[in-house]
Structures are given as structure tokens and as C-alpha cells.
Design a protein around this ligand. Structure first.
Ligand SMILES: C[S@@+](CC[C@H](N)C(=O)[O-])C[C@H]1O[C@@H](n2cnc3c(N)ncnc32)[C@H](O)[C@@H]1O
Length: 385
């Protein structure tokens, strides 16, 4: 029997540290049964058509990697020898372009770029020997991308079907100070329980990432439809018909059901303007009520919902001023938000500064900063739990 044209293979869905469980939840809701989950990824079996669908739909992952081969290699020369025997000509065009990324933990490697260079050499040498021409190579992540995960003598080589990070949705053209990566914003919303059945209020909205991610969720817009370039498009195995079907299925998830209000405010007029423009790019500006004001003056809808403040961490700010801001967040929750689910996202260092007892403290990494999502139960009439 001949091999099916798109057989299931191991797919590794990578994510920033701490987001593994959220990727797993997303993947399960899409009908997959993960083989494993760790801090930085989830492994499933799936076809390239599945990989396309996951690239379109996953909100919390960074890359969808498809296993290409495993190589046993003690050092870079052994890795080259193993990799040059692989059938690269089946996946990368001789007149194409390839870049190599890697995560390496091998004590013979002292220069982190060297494994990438040797794997790139193996790929282009193999294609040259078969096709008489070598593809170009370099650092661009918007063409074919190969990723290597090398631990001791075990080297797993993947095709990166995403290319650029999936968190680069393409809508955040105007960043402001300390923005939150889109995948983290989506995971934080999942952790709050946001499901678009309740109002959402985001004071301190910065560049608007959390509000925009919420509006995408609320209207069934999948993030991958916002961008037109993925790594799989630059592989010889790219099936344009299957891609068209995946896009069509993703478009059908979009709906126009009215959703409860999403309100985003910031004290900085430029931040609010940037948020509004980013929301326009994402196609959700009409769903978000933007205002310039102090967080404590944010208008709250009558029906309680979720209120989430992403405060500054103060590396470069005066400590006293920021301490006052965090204390005011606690006062605001107590006085103005009874009945609401109150959340503060901040660094671990500032996590005790709100002055209220948190009912949950969920760890997240924001880039390399150890952070917490703090949950406060703001009971009606009785104050805080
Ligand atoms: C860490 S940033 C939020 C980043 C945002 N989540 C994003 O992804 O872009 C904190 C924001 O709080 C705003 N801010 C600081 N003090 C404020 C106050 N008293 N009232 C309202 N916003 C304030 C800042 O202007 C800044 O945009």
C-alpha cells in the first residue's frame, strides 16, 4: 500500500514557559488527545492539514512544529553527517530559501550559532547534491524554517510550519510601553474564565492587546486569519487546496452575535490612540469602547463582569508612586466593583501591593519577568473575601 500523501506525524506546539496547560486546553477543545504537555509545549499527532488548522486557530501557542527526523549526534560534525542524509529535496525547493533555528543543550557546543550553520550546510549540501543547485539561506523567518531541538546526543529536527511566531498576529502595529504578548493575553483571558457572556473592563489597556484578544474571542475570529504568511506555505508539500479549505472553515467560525461590552481605558492618550488603531487593524474597533481616564474613573456597566488591570512593574518608575497606584487599585475594587470578578496582572514583586487578599495567584512569565495573575472575589454588599 502506498503511503498517504499527508500522514499523521508528531506535531509539537510550542509556547512561552507557563502557557503549556492553556495550549493543551485549546488543543483538547479542537478534538486532539495530547501525547504530552510540558512548560513550553504540547505534543500531538496530526497531519499537515491539522497543522494548517492549528496555525489558524491556536491563540496561546507560538509555533506548530512538524517532526521531520531524529538524528543521534554527539557533536556538530555527527549532526551534519546525520542531517545531510535526510531527504530535504522533498520539502525545500532548490531555488527556495531556508533559515534554521535551534534550542541546544550539548556540552560540545560553545557557540550557539554554530549548530544552525552546520544544519543549514547539511540541508543546502544535500539539495545541491540531488538537484544541482543550493537554496539561499539566512535569518528570515518569513520563508521555510527548520527548527532543531538538540539535547545531549538526541537531535530532533522539525519543519516549523508557522515561521514567524503565531503571537505576531499582525494587528499590533503601534506598541506602547511594556505590552503583553498576544499569546499571553489570550492565556490570561482563559484563566479569568472570560467567555464573552459577561462585560469585560480593561483599565490600563496600554496598546489594547487584552481587549483586542477578547474581542477576537467574543466574535469567533481566529487569529491566523489576520496574517497571510506561514512557514508551511514555503514547503514543497504545501497543498493550496487544503489551505483554502482550512481558511474557509475558519471564516465560518466568525459570528455577529451581540456581545456584552468590552471597555478599554488608559490614562495615556497616546496609548488609547494606539489601542484604537491596533483594534482597527484587527477588525474589532467597533466592539471596544475606548476612553482616556484614570483607571478608577473607568465607567462600569450595570451588569457585573470581569475587570482586569495590568499594572506597571516599576523597574524604572519611582517606587512610592507605583505603590500608591497599587493601593488605589485595591480601594477601587472594594469601593466600585462589588459583584465583579477582579483581576490584577503584575510582577511577583508587586503582587502583594494591592492590599486585598487574593483568592488565587496564578504564575505566568511575561518575557523573562516572573508575574502573577491575582484574582479577587468582590462580593456584593460584604466587601472582599
Ligand atoms: C503594563 S502597561 C499595560 C500593557 C497592556 N496590557 C498591553 O498589552 O499593551 C500599563 C499601562 O497602565 C497605564 N497607567 C499607568 N497609570 C495609570 C492610571 N493611574 N490610570 C490608568 N492607566 C494607567 C500606562 O499608561 C500603561 O499603558
Amino acid at each position: 500500500m502506498s503511503e498517504p500523501s499527508d500522514p499523521p506525524r508528531l506535531l509539537r506546539l510550542t509556547c512561552p514557559p507557563t502557557l503549556g496547560p492553556y495550549v493543551e486546553e485549546e488543543v483538547r477543545s479542537l478534538g486532539f488527545d495530547p501525547e504530552s504537555t510540558d512548560r513550553t509545549g504540547v505534543e500531538i499527532r496530526g497531519t499537515m492539514a491539522d497543522a494548517m488548522m492549528l496555525n489558524l486557530r491556536l491563540r496561546t501557542a507560538l509555533h506548530v512544529l512538524q517532526r521531520f527526523a531524529d538524528v543521534r549526534a554527539r557533536d556538530a560534525e555527527a549532526m551534519y553527517e546525520g542531517a545531510v542524509r535526510l531527504p530535504w529535496e522533498r520539502v525545500i525547493a532548490s531555488d527556495g530559501y531556508v533559515s534554521v533555528t535551534s534550542t541546544v543543550s550539548n556540552d560540545t557546543i560553545t557557540n550557539s550559532m554554530f549548530p544552525n550553520v552546520r544544519l543549514k550546510d547539511a540541508i543546502v549540501d544535500r539539495i545541491n547534491s540531488v538537484a544541482g543547485r543550493r537554496p539561499d539561506s539566512g535569518p528570515r523567518s518569513d520563508r521555510a524554517v527548520v527548527h532543531m531541538y538538540w539535547n545531549d546526543d538526541r537531535c530532533r529536527i522539525y519543519l516549523d510550519t508557522s515561521g514567524r511566531k503565531l503571537s505576531d498576529r499582525g494587528y499590533r502595529r503601534i506598541p506602547t510601553r511594556a505590552p503583553m504578548r498576544e499569546s499571553l493575553a489570550a492565556a490570561v483571558l482563559m484563566e479569568t474564565g472570560y467567555d464573552a457572556s459577561q462585560p469585560l473592563v480593561i483599565p490600563m489597556c496600554g496598546s489594547g492587546t487584552i481587549a483586542i484578544e477578547a474581542a477576537l474571542i467574543a466574535t469567533g475570529r481566529v487569529p491566523g486569519l489576520l496574517r497571510g504568511n506561514f512557514g508551511f506555505m514555503h514547503l514543497l508539500t504545501f497543498d493550496e487546496t487544503a489551505w483554502g479549505q482550512a481558511r474557509l472553515a475558519a471564516k465560518k467560525l466568525r459570528h455577529a452575535r451581540p456581545c456584552p461590552p468590552i471597555i478599554a481605558t488608559d490614562i495615556d492618550q497616546e496609548a488609547v490612540e494606539a489601542s484604537r488603531r491596533n483594534a482597527i487593524t484587527a477588525g474589532v474597533e467597533h466592539l471596544i469602547d475606548f476612553r482616556v481616564c484614570d483607571f478608577a474613573d473607568t465607567p462600569l456597566p450595570d451588569q457585573p463582569g470581569i475587570i482586569l488591570l495590568h499594572g506597571e512593574y516599576g523597574q524604572r518608575l519611582g517606587g512610592d508612586e507605583l505603590a500608591g497606584t497599587y493601593r488605589r487599585m485595591g480601594d477601587f475594587f472594594k469601593q466600585s466593583c462589588p459583584g465583579w470578578g477582579g483581576f490584577v496582572f503584575t510582577s511577583r514583586d508587586w503582587a502583594t501591593s494591592v492590599g486585598l487578599r487574593a483568592s488565587r495567584r496564578v504564575p505566568f512569565m511575561n518575557a523573562d519577568i516572573d508575574c502573577r495573575l491575582l484574582r479577587y472575589e468582590l462580593y456584593e454588599g460584604k466587601g472582599v473575601s
